[in-house]
Design a protein around this ligand. Structure first.
Ligand SMILES: NC(=O)c1ccc[n+]([C@@H]2O[C@H](COP(=O)([O-])OP(=O)(O)OC[C@H]3O[C@@H](n4cnc5c(N)ncnc54)[C@H](OP(=O)(O)O)[C@@H]3O)[C@@H](O)[C@H]2O)c1
Length: 296
């Protein structure tokens, strides 16, 4: 399949590699061109603009930071909207808000193009290992068109129905839950440490016996190792995601008190200069001046 791939960041790069490895033809664009040239060594063609990546493509994958980046790549000068052939599908995998997803889906539909929202669960290591889980929504025929790519990039996908924004909402609500778990794990580890109980023992009980979830296990490990750099998922993106949840709640007059609290924790961590560190850095707020692996 002819694939345009736009956005080769922490996630996009390993995902594009897996699309190439599955035998598809990839024309890649990244704002910072060096990363596209890196992929060219593995067989991708380099595009000098989003439009160039999109022309002739059957599917255009986007994996960009946020709503503003997606808007620029779709609607901006040399954007994909005017360049994609009629009948081509935009496979939109970034974590973005529902309003942006709906606006993009509508604009594509007006040009006879498709839009599939397909955000992902899993960090860059899961993207590289093809073990991330994808939630996809859009017209059934458009999802079918994307199936070989979804299968090339992830362990599988859940079809969230025809509303293109539905998958994005599942992702936003899912990340809200993960960030709440990170905050809770950070507080609990700080509590046992403060009372000189071994946090490793605590995490063994929690992650292996009480809450058997990769989320508790992974973030417990990050906390115990004090490994907040390099970021798998940047804190500024985590802040963006919890704000998307609060916005979606506000649209329906739904208060989300835990999400509000987590947003404030991200803001405090941002003001500590940790925006490009891992979003698990909110755990560091419990022990000022210390990593959770050890006090200074
Ligand atoms: N990392 C994770 O664990 C994870 C997991 C699930 C979902 N996600 C979501 O996946 C998306 C990508 O995350 P990531 O971790 O790969 O982020 P990242 O490493 O920061 O990469 C962001 C990508 O967007 C590009 N970009 C940003 N602004 C742009 C603009 N105005 N125009 C064109 N390109 C622009 C960047 O280009 P440059 O290289 O030029 O900066 C880069 O390719 C986000 O929506 C994130 O929430 C991330």
């Amino acid at each position: 399949m002819k694939v345009g791939f736009i956005g080769l960041g922490n996630m996009g790069m390993p995902m594009a590699r897996n699309v190439l490895a599955a035998g598809h033809q990839v024309r890649a664009y990244n704002r910072t061109a060096a990363r596209a040239h890196e992929l060219a060594r593995e067989g991708a063609e380099v595009a000098s603009s989003p439009a160039e990546a999109a022309k002739d493509a059957e599917v255009v994958v986007t994996m960009l930071s946020d709503d503003a980046a997606l808007e620029q790549v779709v609607f901006g000068p040399e954007g994909i909207l005017e360049a994609m052939p009629a009948g081509a599908v935009h496979l939109s995998m970034s974590t973005i808000g529902v309003a942006t997803a709906r606006r993009a889906a509508q604009a594509h539909a007006q040009r006879g193009q498709g839009y599939v929202g397909a955000p992902v669960f899993g960090r860059p290591d899961a993207a590289a290992a093809r073990s991330m889980w994808i939630v996809a929504s859009g017209a059934p025929e458009h999802i079918e068109r994307c199936r070989p790519l979804l299968e090339a990039m992830g362990a599988g996908f859940t079809d969230a129905g025809p509303d293109p924004a539905a998958a994005h909402l599942v992702k936003i609500a899912g990340n809200m839950l993960i960030s709440a778990a990170i905050e809770a794990v950070g507080e609990a580890i700080a509590l046992v440490r403060r009372h000189d109980v071994d946090p490793r023992l605590f995490m063994e009980v929690v992650a292996e016996r009480v809450f058997r979830s990769p989320i508790y296990a992974n973030y417990g490990r990050i906390a115990l190792e004090g490994r907040f750099q390099p970021a798998g998922f940047k804190l500024r993106h985590g802040l963006k995601d919890v704000k998307l949840a609060l916005q979606a709640g506000e649209e329906k007059a739904l208060a989300l008190p835990v999400a509000s609290l987590v947003r404030d924790r991200f803001l405090t961590a941002l003001s500590c200069g940790w925006g490009d560190d891992d979003w698990a850095s909110i755990m560091r707020l419990n022990e000022p001046g210390a990593t959770l692996a050890g006090r200074p």
